[in-house]
Ligand binder design. Structure first.
Ligand SMILES: O=C(O)CCC(=O)C(=O)O
Ligand SMILES: [Fe+2]
Length: 341
């Protein structure tokens, strides 16, 4: 049983350094975080703070636009899951009203004649960029640079995860090629003082891909479930840090050894909150099959192999994973009456 009260803050600099002892310590810290919270924060990664600030600033400029302008970029227009998602469009906990946030989706940018686009692989296609922001060129450049930087960081984190699982450092080579990956700009308006206790910025859910790397501003409101004492704990904003968490695909891949944990956002601060999650799900044709180091000695693998595309398509069909998460939420409530306090 873990005695940790919050996801750890892990210094990533030793990944880029030459000290093998420090690298081993990093691997150990990441392994332990994956087995307990399935969440950690990293500092001293290679995404410059200036780029983090720029993407948050551009995001703010987009969301300030009038609704009818934002709707021009609605992700229901043109396909590929790119563009604007209006306020309350998602409803993870199936409350009376949807989640109090709006978003803008980018992904791996592929031309219309790319074979994966021709084959209609889920979420793969061209990006959509707004023309109505103050500086559209700058907006596009910032979104593209951040996407590239966070994708590279995902590769580095997967490299460390391979080490935590006793796998070859190139294990994820085919997985990371031409990946299904989504970058979301998110805006959470403050919830009014007299808001219903049911109000959520984003209701409790688990992410369904491989890994998520989240940039959050300094406002706060993100919480993760502590499975040991059945309470919600804050994932406190830390300047320059990025939050990393594992998705359902990684939990399945590791035969449930690593945790894909419930989390939610409630913005009671009275201020606008912005965050930028990046969801890395991997190459659509890659087959996710129980890792050799995770097979149970007696019972082998719990789950049959599944391709990334099948998995992601299935999770979307469960309405953003709501079916499984509903059950997890019910289990949580049975453990703790204050689960949603
Ligand atoms: O905005 C956040 O802090 C969390 C967002 C999140 O969990 C998600 O988009 O899946
Ligand atoms: Fe999430």
């Amino acid at each position: 049983m873990s005695t940790e009260r919050a996801p750890p803050i892990i210094d990533f600099s030793s990944f880029y350094g030459e000290d093998p002892t420090a690298k081993q310590s990093l691997i150990q810290q990441v392994r332990s975080a994956c087995e307990t919270f399935g969440f950690f924060q990293i500092i001293n990664h290679r995404i410059p703070e200036s780029l983090q600030q720029d993407i948050l600033k551009q995001s703010e400029q987009f969301f300030e636009l009038p609704l009818e302008i934002k709707e021009k970029y609605n992700k229901d227009i043109g396909g590929f899951n790119r563009g604007y998602e209006r306020l309350r469009a998602q409803n993870f906990e199936k409350k009376a009203e949807g989640d109090l946030k709006e978003g803008y989706y980018f992904g791996t940018h592929l031309a219309l004649d790319h074979p994966y686009v021709v084959q209609r692989k889920i979420n793969l296609g061209p990006n959509k960029y707004p023309e109505d922001v103050a500086d559209p060129e700058r907006f596009k450049m910032t979104a593209d640079s951040y996407f590239k930087a966070v994708e590279k960081l995902a590769h580095d984190i997967l490299n460390v995860l391979a080490a935590t699982l006793g796998l070859d450092e190139n294990f994820f080579q085919d997985y990371i090629d031409t990946p299904i990956a989504i970058l979301r700009l998110l805006h959470y308006p403050p919830q009014p003082a007299d808001a219903s206790p049911d109000e959520r910025g984003i209701g409790a859910h688990t992410d369904f891909g491989g890994i998520t790397i989240l940039l959050q501003d300094m406002i706060g409101g993100l919480q993760v479930w502590n499975r040991d004492n059945s309470t919600w704990v804050d994932v406190k904003p830390l300047e320059g840090a990025l939050v990393v968490n594992l998705g359902n695909m990684m939990m399945r891949w590791t035969n449930d050894r690593y945790v894909s944990n419930l989390h939610r956002v409630i913005n009671k601060t009275g201020q606008e909150r912005y965050s930028v999650p990046f969801f890395f799900s991997g190459n659509p044709e890659f087959v996710v099959k129980c890792l050799p180091s995770c097979e149970d000695v007696m019972n082998g693998a719990k789950y049959p192999p599944v391709s990334v595309e099948e998995w992601i398509t299935g999770r979307y069909a469960d309405t953003y994973g709501a079916a499984d998460d509903k059950k997890a939420i019910k289990d949580l409530s049975a453990h703790a009456s204050n689960a949603y306090a």
